[in-house]
Design a protein around this ligand. Sequence first.
Ligand SMILES: NC(=O)C1=CN([C@@H]2O[C@H](COP(=O)(O)OP(=O)(O)OC[C@H]3O[C@@H](n4cnc5c(N)ncnc54)[C@H](O)[C@@H]3O)[C@@H](O)[C@H]2O)C=CC1
Ligand SMILES: O=C(O)C(=O)CO
Length: 319
Amino acid sequence: MSRVYLTRPLPETVLTRARELFEDIEVREETAPLKIGQMRAALALYDGVLPTLGDMFSAEVFRDTENPRCKVLANFGVGYNHIDVAAAKAAGVIVTNTPGAVTDATADIAMTLILMSARRAGEGERLVRAGLWKGWHPTQMLGLHVTGKTVGIIGMGRIGQAIARRCHHGFGMDVVYFNRSQKSLDFPASRAETLLDLAAVADFVVVAVPGGTETHHMIGADLFSAMKRSAYFINIARGDVVKEVALIAALQVGRIAGAGLDVYEHEPKVPDALRVMENVTILPHLGTAALEVREAMGLMAVENLHAALSGAEPPNRVN
Ligand SMILES: NC(=O)C1=CN([C@@H]2O[C@H](COP(=O)(O)OP(=O)(O)OC[C@H]3O[C@@H](n4cnc5c(N)ncnc54)[C@H](O)[C@@H]3O)[C@@H](O)[C@H]2O)C=CC1
Ligand SMILES: O=C(O)C(=O)CO
């Protein structure tokens, strides 16, 4: 009989499905990330574990954990940069993720950030809440018109394409992208040779690459210097893809017009410098925060757990 560990409270639909598939389930009621001792205990005590972002399954966690009881880490989320997948593989642990289930919701949050940044929605809302709004007039709080502008997408994968489609079909925008490989796309888009080429032409630079060692700090001062002064920087990917100090510096000197952020380099710490700037929209990693999306992610993760523990190939294996 398989013993599984769900490391967070999950939607009821997901728990119901997990109870149908497994007889012995433990659900951790805390919402904070697992500590190293808890991760090691999880590897030793359970056949399958469902972790989330924040649970840092680094090589250190797997070190000294030879032949763990755990055979699968079924991550709740598409991004798995918090798991050292090579170390997991060396320890005989399969890692899976939840691609696709997150795509539309995360693209929607990118659009929210584009619109909120360009149209100064957060600033306007704070003005009204503070009781400081003096009434409409023709030059009040003018922002950037979004329709017909150019979006530059860094990482034209599932989410990048969903954002591009929304920008093209919904807002008549031109699409430029930077990706490791050329993409065959169902909408018009041009591929930039370099990040700086993309930065030079985009009115909105949107980051949608995975996190991890390959993309760590791939965006820094040179990109912000290449951007138009009127352009906005949007990040829905992972915070440490961007050198946060360089972003803050670019914003503080007015090198770019503003930023819209869902993710941060040292999440959940959001630097005071970002929190005080009116031209920065800051969301608490809301990309997939909708019940049916979290249900779909959870059901995928549970099916991955079940397949791996039944000796079948899990549908979304990443290592
Ligand atoms: N804010 C949020 O709540 C969410 C954030 N995410 C983040 O979004 C990321 C992307 O997700 P998907 O689109 O599903 O992944 P994906 O794998 O479909 O797309 C990633 C794209 O980035 C490209 N890429 C990778 N490394 C690159 C590099 N060094 N230079 C240029 N291009 C590179 C890949 O070729 C691929 O086209 C996830 O890994 C996750 O970190 C995902 C879901 C929710
Ligand atoms: O899926 C992911 O990678 C997230 O960031 C949260 O849904």
